[in-house]
Design a protein around this ligand. Structure first.
Ligand code: 2M8
Length: 450
């Protein structure tokens, strides 16, 4: 496919998944609004219509919890009940939480990595570059700034009572990398209690169940939802009682960058000096927290299991957290780049395209077709590309973007890809895949012009 055809197809995917004021994550597998998907979607949508991109974030923020949490799913009331599990009826009791948002709409009680401020800032930048909708984009930032600030404050406090700079999660779904080997030991420590039987509609929407998490993993996922609901999503209570309590380095790294974006937004909207001082403090604490989780053996950063009191050693894409956060340590940046280029990731000679698999093929838990256990995720390629660019690694970034785009020229906009064959897996027409393609192609155009 030629670049203009990829753009047209990507725009079509986003149009078809457009539900008016928000975008479903994919046509059948994910019929609701997902939090971090929407942020990436807004980044892509900005190139088509900055107003609509702003609408994507605005809609999500309408369902923000009173404590600042942005829910991981906002449920579509029109989606048939059997289309997704656990759906709105399963989460209904979370609405009893004193922190739940007002109104009748239902959300999940979890959250996901905080890409939103990055997307919000990007909307203004794209508007400025196009010389269109700048006043509206600024107005949008004024409107969302307090909400984004409250979201980051929630993560820095309720999700980090230790002040470690790292975000705590209660469920692998909160990491967005659900069945990654990052969480295997912590998940194995979870003992599943009594709960009703459940069906898995996700398995109906894809050709091969091996592309989705296993039954063993799902039992633990659903049990943890049960635990969180029973605690009425009370953070302090979950801190004491959740059998799964981990520090997530990828979410923490994204938070550092999102705080940088928020600082820029604070500047644009003239936010008070105390806010800015606080955001700067969060940034510093975040980088320090990531520094503390460095594993010199792997040359990567590791998550931490608060329940077991030990690091979660796994060679996955999340290990590049310091690169994503922007590390001030040149020595570590060099190591990370070496690991990224090595056989453990993009240098593996059997890869279809030299783009990083979600889990290193060297990792014992690696499964090339299974979701976050090995496949390449275009959205992660975007995150690494963007991080390389901001780390001054333009050449590497351009190479990664080139191969990542070559992968998408099949026009499937797969959710993820088999790393050795390049086969599209999971859902086709995945919104965030289309969105990152649009952003990359806009970047290609801009670099041709400059
Ligand atoms: C996947 O997660 C959901 C649960 O949140 C699922 O498997 O049902 C993950 O890839 C997650 O990162 C993503 O946000 C979501 C929607 O694309 O799907």
């Amino acid at each position: 496919m030629r670049p203009e055809d990829i753009i047209a197809r990507a725009a079509e995917v986003l149009r078809e998944n457009d539900m008016g004021e928000w975008t479903r994550a994919s046509p059948t597998l994910y019929p609701h609004q997902w939090s971090w998907d929407s942020a990436f979607i807004a980044i892509g949508l900005a190139h088509l219509d900055t107003g609509r991109a702003a609408g994507e974030i605005r809609t999500l923020l309408e369902y923000q919890w009173k404590n600042g949490k942005i829910p991981h799913i906002v449920f579509n009331p029109d989606a048939p009940p059997e289309s997704y599990f656990p759906g709105p009826e399963h989460w209904a009791s979370a609405a009893d939480s004193p922190d739940a948002p007002p109104g009748s709409a239902l959300t999940s009680g979890l959250c996901q990595p905080p890409v939103h401020a990055i997307a919000a800032r990007r909307i203004l930048r794209v508007a400025e570059t196009r010389g269109e909708g700048v006043a509206e984009a600024r107005e949008f930032l004024g409107e969302v700034y307090p909400k984004l600030f409250a979201w980051h404050r929630y993560l820095a406090t309720a999700r980090d009572p230790e002040g470690s700079g790292l975000v705590t999660i209660y469920h692998p779904w909160e990491s967005g990398t659900d069945n990654s080997p990052r969480w295997t030991p912590a998940l194995e420590r979870v003992e599943v209690g009594e709960m009703p039987d459940y069906e898995r509609p996700d398995l109906e929407h894809i050709p091969d169940p091996a592309e989705r998490p296993t039954g063993y993993e799902y039992d633990r996922f659903i049990w943890l939802v049960e635990v969180i609901k029973r605690a009425r999503c009370d953070d302090a209570l979950l801190y004491r009682t959740s059998p799964f309590l981990t520090k997530d380095v990828l979410a923490s790294a994204i938070l550092v960058r999102a705080n940088e974006a928020l600082l820029d937004v604070a500047e644009v909207v003239g936010a008070p000096g105390e806010d800015r001082a606080m955001i700067r403090d969060w940034i510093e604490r975040g980088r320090q927290g990531l520094d503390d989780r460095w594993d010199p053996g792997l040359g990567l950063c590791l998550d931490y299991d608060l329940r077991a009191g030990e690091p979660l050693a796994a060679s996955t894409i999340a290990g590049f957290a310091p690169l994503i956060a922007g590390t001030g340590r040149v020595d570590r940046l060099e190591i990370l780049l070496r690991v990224l280029d090595s056989q453990a990731f993009t240098g593996n000679p059997d890869l279809r395209w030299p783009v990083p698999p979600s889990t290193s093929p060297d990792e014992p838990g690696f499964r090339p077709r299974s979701y976050w256990r090995g496949p390449v995720w275009p959205v992660m390629n975007w995150l690494l590309w963007w991080s390389l660019e901001s780390s001054g690694e333009q050449k590497r970034a351009a190479r990664l973007k080139g191969y990542a785009l070559a992968q998408l020229s099949d026009g499937c906009f797969g959710e993820y890809y088999e790393p050795f064959t390049g086969e599209a897996l999971g859902s086709d027409d995945q919104s965030w895949t289309a969105a990152v393609a649009l952003d990359w192609l806009a970047d290609e155009e801009a670099s041709k012009r400059s």
